[in-house]
Every structure is written in structure tokens, then in C-alpha cells.
Design a binder for this molecule. Structure first.
Ligand code: CP
Length: 321
């Protein structure tokens, strides 16, 4: 299938076509049923090696990549950078070259610098998956968000999606903007002026600085975490003030469509960007479902990049053997 996802690396959603996105979502959708069955082990990646190299903390992404690889029968190595030679000053590129010499099939990388994962991908022979780089991209988060939305709403095209909060520092927002606009959704950014992307309109979105106006009539309200670790100055007056103007509670959610779904990539700052009453309301919040879809999406991505690498190297894959 030439119109599907045939790239060796998954570095972002900006360069993905609608056909590539659909290919990954359809493949992930099939893995959801596997993950819900008692027997979850498939032999798709038997004999393959996946290394998770995380320079930043993670619960959801790192665990779900590990689970995804194990469910496909790959051998998985989790690099704890704090307990590795990274702590002795080894550079990202030297670390990548060292791991590459051990012949992994896939490197899954999270790094605090935007562009670091793309740079690394140019220095290795294996496939590379971006698990989040700085403010830049978090492609598997956007794919799992899209899968969650598509399974609930039956489509992506034509939906009104409000991405709300600390958009400026958010790689989740950027990957979602690229993916959702490619798929024909109407994307709105709702943020304080200090936390919006300058010139965001050029990305094909509309911008609001008032929460009620921004989420009015929306099908999806996607809340973002206030990313204190990426802020060096006073972007918001106080968390209490922030919640008063940009936090999501039941009263504010009433401006969206009556069947609007609430999303959050996690981890949440309860009472800062989202009220617990909404976050834990299973009739409105799909936050736990997003986590579930993360495993299926990462299975689809690991399978796809490994298959694409094998084909690039002229090796038979699956039924081709
Ligand atoms: N959404 C997300 O990336 O969560 P983690 O930081 O826990 O991986």
C-alpha cells in the first residue's frame, strides 16, 4: 500500500498526509481489541529490539511504549538517563551512536530540546520515534487523541476542537494542530495572550483569549497542562487567577455542545486547568480512554516503523518471508 505510512521514522505530525494518518489510526484501531482481550501477546515484532531513551520524566508515554513493544513480542530496553553515562556528560549523539552499535530496530526518544530527536534520527541506522521533543512535537499523543475522538465521534473532519490553556509551551498542542487540521477538523486555540503561539493563525487555526467564546459550540474541549517546568517568568498572575479565567469546570463546559467530550493529555494539575468534577466525570471525560488508546497507537507505530525499516533494508516482512 503506497499511500499508507511508509516512513522509517515518526518525528512529527506536520509532515504526515491524511492517508498516512488514516493508515496508522486504522492499524491502531485493530490493536484496541487485542489489548482488551485476555491474551494480548502477538508475534509481530518477535526478534526485534526497541530501546526507550527518555531524557525527561514520563509515566504514560514510556510505560505504553514498553507495553506496546512487549505485546508485539519485541525485546525492550529502558534507558534511565540518570543512571547511564548521560549523567557523566555523554552527549545525545554519542549516546545514540553507542546504542546504535548494539543494532536496535527502534529508538523511542524523549528529549527536552526541540529538534533533538530529528537530529538523532540522522545519526543512526534504526527507526526513530519521537516521544516528545521540547515544545516541538509529540506525534503519538496526537495520534492517540485522534483515535479517541474518531472512536467516540465516528469522524474527525468537520468537528470543532478547542485546544485550551498553555498552548505556547505545548508540543501536544502543536502535534494536534497539524494532525487535526490535516484531517479537516476546525481547530481553535483558547489561551491567555502570554501563553499563545505568536502568529498561530498561520497554522490554520483561530485564536481566542476568552474561554466561553473559544469553546462555544465545540465538540471537543482539549485541556492542556500548565507547564511550569518550561516557564522562566511570570506568564500567569497566579494559579487561582488562571483557573478563574481559563480553568474548565462544569459551568464553563456548558458553553460547548451538550455532548462535547473533555480531553487532557496528562498529567493533570487538578484545580489549575481542570476541575476534578469534570476530569472524573465518565460521561464527559475521555482522559482514561486516551491512555488506553496510547498503547494501541504505539503498537501501530512500532509495527509500522519496523516494517518500513525492514523494507528499506530489502528484508522480507511478515507474509513476504
Ligand atoms: N501525555 C504524556 O506525554 O504524558 P507523560 O509525560 O506521562 O508521558
Amino acid at each position: 500500500m503506497t499511500s499508507g505510512f511508509i516512513q522509517r521514522h515518526l518525528l512529527g505530525t506536520r509532515t504526515l498526509s491524511a492517508a498516512e494518518i488514516l493508515d496508522l489510526l486504522d492499524r491502531a484501531d485493530r490493536y484496541v481489541a487485542v489489548n482488551r482481550s485476555p491474551e494480548k501477546k502477538l508475534s509481530v515484532l518477535a526478534g526485534r529490539t526497541v530501546i526507550n531513551l527518555f531524557y525527561e520524566n514520563s509515566t504514560r508515554t514510556r510505560t505504553s511504549f514498553e507495553l506496546a513493544a512487549k505485546r508485539l513480542s519485541a525485546d525492550v530496553v529502558n534507558m534511565q538517563t540518570g543512571a547511564s553515562s548521560v549523567a557523566k556528560g555523554e552527549t545525545l549523539i554519542d549516546t545514540a551512536a553507542t546504542l546504535n552499535a548494539m543494532h536496535p530496530d527502534v529508538l523511542v526518544v524523549r528529549h527536552h530540546d526541540s529538534g533533538a530527536v530529528s537530529l538523532l534520527s540522522q545519526k543512526v541506522n534504526c527507526a526513530v520515534v519521537n516521544a516528545g521533543d521540547g515544545w516541538h512535537e509529540h506525534p503519538t499523543q496526537a495520534l492517540l487523541d485522534a483515535l479517541t475522538i474518531r472512536r467516540r465521534k465516528g469522524k474527525l473532519a468537520g468537528l470543532k476542537v478547542a485546544i485550551c490553556g498553555d498552548v505556547l509551551h505545548s508540543r501536544v498542542a502543536r502535534s494536534n494542530i497539524h494532525l487535526l487540521t490535516t484531517m479537516g477538523a476546525e481547530v481553535r486555540l483558547v489561551a491567555p495572550r502570554t501563553l499563545c503561539i505568536p502568529g498561530a493563525e498561520s497554522m490554520g487555526v483561530s485564536v481566542f483569549h476568552d474561554m466561553a467564546a473559544g469553546i462555544s459550540g465545540c465538540d471537543i474541549v482539549m485541556m492542556l497542562r500548565i507547564q511550569n517546568e518550561r516557564m522562566s517568568g511570570g506568564y500567569i498572575p497566579s494559579t487561582r487567577e488562571y483557573f478563574r479565567h481559563f480553568g474548565l469546570d462544569r459551568e464553563r463546559l456548558a458553553a460547548a455542545k451538550p455532548d462535547a467530550l473533555v480531553m487532557h493529555p496528562g498529567p493533570m494539575n487538578r484545580g489549575v486547568e481542570i476541575d476534578s468534577d469534570i476530569a472524573d466525570d465518565v460521561d464527559r471525560s475521555v482522559i482514561r480512554e486516551q491512555v488506553e488508546m496510547g498503547v494501541a497507537v504505539r503498537m501501530a507505530v512500532l509495527e509500522s516503523v519496523t516494517r518500513n525499516l525492514a523494507r528499506e533494508n530489502g528484508e522480507p516482512w511478515g507474509d513476504e518471508k
